[in-house]
Design a protein around this ligand. Structure first.
Ligand code: SF4
Length: 352
């Protein structure tokens, strides 16, 4: 009896401490490492809900109950790299390779614009010569839709190619850093890929005037809570305008095929923590999260995310953009189900 009472008091004290961490994070927009660890690792779901509530309030205070839609166009699955976690890595011979033509890209943009989307996101493997050529299409996109935001995610490119893409009219660039720790970076990527190059690219992109995004997988192989705290510190310092993060999901043609997926709960907590640290950031509720749990998009919005990226890639190509297992499924991601997505958001009190 006495022992259970002591346990109960310890439990209450623990809850109180963690709840005060949430308040401190919201008020000061930062928190010490131990506080972040508690928010990431606490197994009390009611505390996670409290964290999400605060993040949601901050997001709604910044943007209103609004979710921003970005039209995702997976323009090519050709990549020169061999990242161990990625389904479109160079060594995956099982994958049919494609690159969308100029006409296909413009057609995707046209469809998205007609449906009311005002941001186009061109995402693809790292392929510098193709990226240079893509600048011509970006210039056409800019001429056809002067008011649209054009966001790119094409990996590490030469500085002159970034500059060309910027001059052609692109104004946002997402380059996930994947981890702030060089040692972990080396376990996720083959020799020759270096974290310092990636960070130099991010600084260069920002200097060129791109709104810049970074982020990482959650629960990637070998990742610890300390690694996630280092990621948070890196983003706290760099202050990206966009944050792209989702759970690691294994893909069957990669060396990490047998490693379990990352945690949806930890991903949601990171959305919330980063919302409280960087209230103005664009944080997508990612496709990877929606792959892991069916309500991933709305759960992400309720944890402080404020962006969803419906997929406008032609349906015939989507299965070949197999970054991870289960991704290329139809459903709320597809443009044709945009209305369904709006209804889902309506049920939680948000609109686009
Ligand atoms: S993560 Fe990016 S750079 Fe790495 S293999 Fe995949 S597409 Fe290429």
């Amino acid at each position: 009896m006495y022992e259970s009472l002591v346990n109960f008091v310890d439990y209450c004290n623990c809850i109180t401490i963690v709840a005060s961490r949430v308040n401190e994070l919201r008020e000061r927009r930062t928190l010490d490492d131990e506080g972040i660890r508690e928010l990431l690792e606490s197994d009390d779901e009611s505390l996670a809900e409290e964290l999400f509530r605060h993040a949601r309030e901050v997001a709604v205070g910044q943007f209103g109950p609004v979710v921003w839609l970005r039209a995702l166009i997976e323009w090519s699955n050709v990549c020169r790299n061999d990242c161990y976690y990625c389904g479109i890595r160079r060594s995956n011979r099982a994958l049919p390779r494609y690159s969308l033509t100029r006409d296909e890209i413009l057609s995707c943009c046209d469809q998205a614009w007609r449906l009311g989307l005002r941001t186009f996101v061109l995402q693809g493997g790292e392929n510098p010569p193709a990226a240079e050529k893509l600048a011509e299409t970006v210039a056409e996109m800019r001429a056809s839709w002067p008011e649209a935001a054009i966001s790119l995610s094409l990996g590490e490119l030469p500085g002159e190619t970034y500059a060309l893409l910027r001059r052609s009219g692109a104004n946002r660039y997402l380059l996930r850093h994947e981890t702030a720790k060089p040692a972990l970076y080396a376990r996720l990527h083959p020799a020759g890929m270096r974290l310092e190059n990636r960070l130099a690219c991010l600084h260069h992109l920002r200097a060129l005037g791109f709104k810049t995004g970074m982020g990482m997988m959650v629960g990637s192989p070998y990742q610890t809570t300390d690694d996630l705290i280092a990621d948070i510190r890196l983003m706290e310092e760099f202050r990206p305008e966009m944050i792209g993060l989702g759970p690691f999901i294994p893909q069957h043609d990669t060396p990490f095929r047998d490693i379990p997926a990352g945690s949806a709960s930890t991903t949601l907590r990171l959305y919330a923590i980063l919302r409280l640290m960087l209230p103005q950031a664009w944080i997508p509720a990612t496709t990877a999260l929606a792959t892991l749990r069916p309500d991933g998009r709305t759960a992400g919005i309720l944890a402080g995310a404020n962006v969803i990226m419906p997929n406008f890639t032609p349906a015939s190509r989507r299965s070949a953009y197999a970054l991870y297992e289960g991704k290329a499924r139809p459903g709320a991601e597809a443009a044709e189900t945009l209305n369904q997505l709006k209804q889902e958001l309506d049920t939680i009190g948000y609109h686009v």
